[in-house]
Design a protein around this ligand. Structure first.
Ligand SMILES: [Zn+2]
Length: 380
């Protein structure tokens, strides 16, 4: 029984699998538990949590996550090999992603096999998994470079053998949103009975855009990672996909976004990949305004220059004073320090603020402002 029947879009977050697969990233068990708990707490319905076939330690960590008794369904990544699926069963999960290479280049140059062999692998692995009552996502590795007629043929086999969905992977991150839309639409039309999932990578900076395009074309499931962590340039970022769905597409996938910054910091620290302050949605300074025109507009009415309320993701608006500031922003910042400047001093102080910020190559903090004020009054 599909626990998501009737739900429009389901997030499968793979921070703990594809995210950890990033070169140089390792999570401790405590970190995995903390990340899984927070993903669960904000309402992520499915968490891809590891690769049990990697060995006893990974199996034990998947088992520990299963034992948390989260609301989120846990799913593991497996090659289309019975021993992999058995390792997942042993780790206690009830859902698996079974991955197969589906492009001719992978089939010939990586596996040194042919399409018939791939179909056989699918039948054997899927038969085994369904025979053990598992929920199965069939993952098409390198789907973006594959012959789509062959992918549709595999999807039909998967459907007939009881698979629950098919994961379309842009493994190398080479698609654009328009091509993604066309490919997902084609597969959707060929095998409408089988749910589709999009798994995208950010090599060309389009992971989120491609994920959204896939959803628009009818994919019901989408793979994300916190901060877009993932192999090479990363995956589609959870926070970006969710906010894009809400604010660009008018669809709410039911995630409590107010803890996005907390989650982003947790994963940034655990992965030793600090989040840039300009990172979309969760960057510390994406709601900082300096330019006189924008600060004035935001102070008059936040929606003038904010696409969504910063509190919605756990951030706060910042009026920053620097080279581009205007008088409205200046007055606002000084008011927060309980300072009201006489109008005659305001322009002089503004000039000093701009100069100091240029010297320091950064906006000015409260300490800088107070020091500048003292200097100005001494000079007067
Ligand atoms: Zn991937």
């Amino acid at each position: 029984m599909d626990p998501f029947a009737g739900t429009e879009i389901i997030i499968d977050d793979t921070t703990l699998r594809d995210g950890e697969q990033t070169a140089g990233v390792v999570f401790s068990l405590e970190e995995k538990v903390a990340i899984a708990r927070l993903l669960d707490a904000i309402g992520v319905p499915e968490i891809e949590c590891g690769i049990p076939a990697m060995g006893k330690e990974e199996q034990a960590s998947v088992r520990a996550l299963v034992d948390l008794g989260l609301n989120a369904r846990l799913i593991t990544w497996n090659r289309a090999v019975i021993s992999d699926i058995q390792a997942s069963i042993d780790a206690g999960v009830t859902a698996v992603d079974i991955s197969l290479s589906v492009s001719d280049i992978h089939i010939a140059r990586k596996l040194c096999k042919d399409r018939e062999w791939v179909k056989e692998q699918l039948k054997v692995a899927l038969g085994f998994a369904k025979g053990h009552g598992l929920y199965v996502s069939v993952g098409g590795e390198d789907s973006s470079r594959a012959d789509l007629d062959f992918v549709a043929e595999l999807m039909a086999i998967a459907r007939d053998l009881g698979a629950d969905r098919f994961r379309f992977c842009d493994t190398l991150g080479i698609l654009d949103p328009f091509t993604t839309f066309d490919k997902i639409s084609f597969l959707r039309a060929q095998v409408p009975e089988l749910d589709l999932e999009v798994h995208t990578h950010n090599d060309l900076g389009m992971a989120t855009a491609n994920a959204i395009a896939g959803i628009r074309a009818g994919a019901r499931f989408v793979n994300t990672t916190v901060n877009g962590l993932g192999e090479r340039a990363g995956n589609a970022a959870l926070e970006e996909v969710v906010m894009a769905l809400k604010h660009a597409c008018g669809t709410d996938p039911g995630i409590d976004t107010r803890r996005f910054v907390e989650l982003s910091k947790l994963v940034g620290k655990a992965s030793c990949r600090p989040v840039p302050e300009w990172k979309a949605v969760v960057g510390e300074r994406v709601f900082a305004v300096e330019s006189g025109l924008h600060a004035d507009g935001v102070l008059k009415h936040p929606a003038n220059y904010e696409g969504f309320d910063p509190g919605e993701v756990g951030l706060a608006r910042q009026i920053v004073l620097g080279k581009h500031s205007g008088s409205h922003g200046l007055r606002h910042r000084l008011a927060a320090l309980d300072i009201v400047l006489p109008v005659v001093e305001e322009q002089c102080f503004m000039t000093r603020v701009r100069c100091r910020s240029q010297e320091l190559k950064r906006p000015l903090g409260d300490g800088d402002l107070l020091a500048l004020l003292t200097e100005m009054h001494h000079a007067a």
